[in-house]
Design a protein around this ligand. Structure first.
Ligand SMILES: [Zn+2]
Length: 438
């Protein structure tokens, strides 16, 4: 009888608790757009060994802490480019992620490499709107994390702009389906299975706005893709969106109080923690592994490439780059903006490092089909095109996006579609084939 009474009391209490809901803490640590920056910047910011220290410090005595990455872990440093991103994923396994999503650049080495990233990660990679020809999913769409008793559904999402940010060659059958509608559909499905829905999204500014303003099913949004961190969190009707600065220079910390009945936060505070290497020690288990990969890079980029017959000024290197673009792509005309040429070339033995110094950016080469009469004057170089014929013009994606500028093409509306890869890789291939640069 007594036991029965006790059980009954326990049951009543349980029902009351679940009917009335309760307020529980959840802390989301987050980063985005690391872009292969495993080592500190020249200003002494970031680096995986320091990031690890900061993450572990925040996680200490915080059972309600989770760590999320909003995409673009790779692409942007020699270690990423040379080894097609895998070392970055291997090192990221030391940081203790609970979930991550794929960014557009995580597909830069092709979809099969992105598959390898998913297999390499020791945490779930979620992406709800990348699908194949028969609508099958590229990755698991979401994960439900049990965080100190709180069921947190994390849905991954990738920008609808993917078609402009990648190439058919890299993606083959894989493509995005509408990001907002798809994520909302999953959120509706997950409502009963979770206490809080978190969107982990690699999306554009307008897409961030659309999610925050219209996706009422999704109260918490962690994003990446834009590289500038937010000054303050964005909010709308009790929903919150956060994003930190790229390259691991900041770690975000969003402390939430979650109403488990409303399945929404009742309050939060957000802060950005600067990964200032002068103020912390590198993690002893991470630093040597980062160094091992950087040593590998040094060995590779110091490999002999070609011989230069003379010293080339910045302006002469600009002309060499344009020649390389034409030779390697078969384009009729090519344009390189002078400001993008970051170094000259010395006479004598060249190493790959010389090309990295000329072109430290990950600018991509894109091709436009242009009628002769519409060709920008700056690309003609004395040639007189047939005004009615169609020509191909190669330029960087940076030029394409800023084409109207005086330092660029002074054109408007030229459509650069075909992305043929990273300019630096193209230059290295061209130099290696030529053997002598003159
Ligand atoms: Zn991105």
């Amino acid at each position: 009888m007594l036991n029965w009474k006790r059980s009954w009391l326990a049951l009543v209490l349980l029902l009351c608790a679940s009917a009335g809901g309760e307020v529980r803490p959840l802390t989301i640590l987050h980063i985005d757009d690391i872009h292969g920056h495993i080592s500190p910047s020249e200003q002494g910011m970031g680096g995986f060994a320091y990031l690890a220290t900061a993450i572990r410090r925040e996680r200490a005595n915080c059972p309600e802490c989770i760590l999320l990455n909003a995409g673009d872990l790779v692409q942007g440093t020699p270690v990423s480019t040379i080894f097609h991103g895998l070392p970055v994923f291997e090192l990221a396994n030391l940081l203790g992620f609970d979930a991550a999503t794929l960014g557009n650049h995580d597909f830069d080495y092709g979809w099969m490499q992105a598959r390898k990233f998913i297999e390499t990660a020791n945490y779930p990679m979620v992406s709800a709107n990348v699908v194949g020809a028969d609508n099958r999913l590229f990755a698991r769409p979401y994960i439900i994390l049990n965080v100190n008793g709180l069921r947190v559904a994390v849905i991954g999402a990738l920008t609808d702009d993917m078609k402009n940010l990648s190439t058919p060659k890299l993606m083959e059958e894989w493509h995005t389906v509408p990001v907002v509608a798809t994520a909302r559909r999953y959120a509706a499905e997950l409502k009963d299975k979770s206490d809080l829905i978190v969107l982990l999204a690699h999306v554009t500014g307008p897409e961030e706005r659309e999610f925050l303003d219209s996706a009422t099913e999704i109260p918490v949004i962690v994003t990446g893709h834009l590289h500038n961190g937010l000054e303050h969190e964005m909010t709308c009707d009790g929903r919150v969106l956060v994003r930190v600065k790229a390259y691991g220079e900041e770690l975000g910390r969003l402390d939430l109080k979650v109403d488990t009945e409303k399945k929404a936060p009742v309050s939060w505070t957000w802060k950005r923690i600067a990964i200032d290497d002068s103020k912390m020690e590198p993690a002893a288990d991470v630093a040597p592994k980062v160094k091992r990969w950087e040593d590998e890079v040094t060995a590779r980029v110091d490999r002999p490439l070609a011989v230069s017959r003379k010293t080339f000024s910045h302006a002469e290197v600009k002309a060499l780059i344009e020649q390389a673009m034409r030779d390697e792509t078969g384009a009729d005309f090519a344009f390189m903006n002078g400001g993008g040429v970051r170094d000259g070339l010395p006479e004598g033995q060249l190493r790959e490092r010389n090309i990295w110094n000329i072109m430290p950016f990950d600018d991509r080469v894109v091709i436009a089909k242009v009628k002769g009469s519409d060709l920008p004057a700056v690309v003609l170089g004395g040639r007189k095109p047939d005004p009615d014929r169609e020509y191909t013009l190669a330029a960087t994606d940076f030029t394409a996006a800023n084409q109207s500028a005086a330092s660029q093409l002074r054109s408007t509306g030229l459509e650069f579609g075909d992305d043929v890869g990273i300019l630096r890789d193209l230059l290295i291939d061209w130099c290696r084939k030529k053997k002598a640069i003159e």
